[in-house]
Design a protein around this ligand. Structure first.
Ligand code: DHB
Ligand code: FE
Length: 265
């Protein structure tokens, strides 16, 4: 038996799509071109690549759903850490690493960074124990590890568990801005629209802890020239951060401090 929710959203989707076709007097050729694009995205997609997601993200759908879902005032200073889209490149089962370790392997040309901070309960301000920080970002060539045969498996990814103090620290790179993959229908569509494919430099996180709403988010480098012009519309003010020069650490040129404030169930 169809669920009421499914009936409602499918009815609404159908109505909007019919209206869209009528309003724009969509031709058979245009309709077939759209189907080709959807099928091409399907063919390219596998466990390592979600081209359908890319295709819908460039028209802002994932960011819109994120905004609808995150109902709290997300850009106030006194708010839980804002959410941001997951994007297509998360992988499950990233290696569990110890605090203070690096997620960078075999990359010589990156700006090494010590990222550190605290995971706290938004309401009480108290540190959260057993919070898992799942982190991932691209190499300086703009590629996630699964896109790049020259990187070791699970490079630039890791999971870290907090202790009773809620503190975390690990070495990563100051990330680089990069184009979303252009070799599929999403790239083709951007090209046809004369739109650029760049995403501002960012680091992804999923922070989860028992009793708390999992936080899917990204942080963005304030000095990136695409900070106001993300091709998938994910930037929020409260997620923009400053990398500061670091002295006296042979392992890092930059320091990045960021606290994550989670909401309990
Ligand atoms: C998208 C998100 C990312 O984080 C990324 O690195 C590339 C693309 C996206 O939303 O499509
Ligand atoms: Fe990304």
């Amino acid at each position: 038996k169809a669920s009421p929710r499914l009936r409602k959203v499918m009815g609404s989707l159908t109505r909007h799509l019919h209206d869209f076709c009528r309003e724009n007097e969509i031709t058979i050729d245009e309709y077939m071109a759209a189907l080709d694009m959807i099928n091409a995205a399907g063919k390219m997609s596998d466990a390592k690549r979600n081209e359908g997601q890319l295709l819908t993200d460039i028209i802002g759908l994932e960011s819109l759903v994120d905004e609808i879902t995150f109902t709290l005032a997300d850009d106030a200073a006194d708010a839980p850490t804002a959410t941001a889209i997951l994007g297509p490149f998360w992988r499950k089962d990233a290696p569990l690493r110890k605090m203070g370790e690096t997620i960078v392997f075999g990359i010589e040309d990156g700006d090494n960074t010590l990222m550190h901070g605290k995971v706290v309960d938004f309401n009480t301000g108290k540190p959260i124990e057993n919070a898992e920080l799942d982190v991932w970002h691209t190499a300086p060539n703009g590629l996630y590890e699964q896109q790049d045969p020259n990187q070791v498996d699970m490079n630039l990814r890791g999971r870290f568990m907090t202790g009773a103090d809620g503190l975390y620290d690990f070495y990563c790179l100051r990330p680089t801005s990069y184009p979303i993959p252009l070799d599929g229908p999403a790239g083709k569509l951007l090209g046809m629209l004369d739109r650029h494919p760049m995403r501002p430099a960012h680091i992804h996180f999923i922070i989860s802890a028992p009793g708390y709403k999992p936080l899917v988010t990204q942080i963005f480098d304030r000095r990136d020239k695409h900070i106001d012009n993300d091709s998938v519309f994910a930037v929020k003010d409260s997620l923009v951060v400053d990398f500061t020069p670091k002295e006296g650490d042979a392992k890092a040129e930059f320091d990045l401090a960021y606290d994550f404030k989670l909401v309990s169930y």
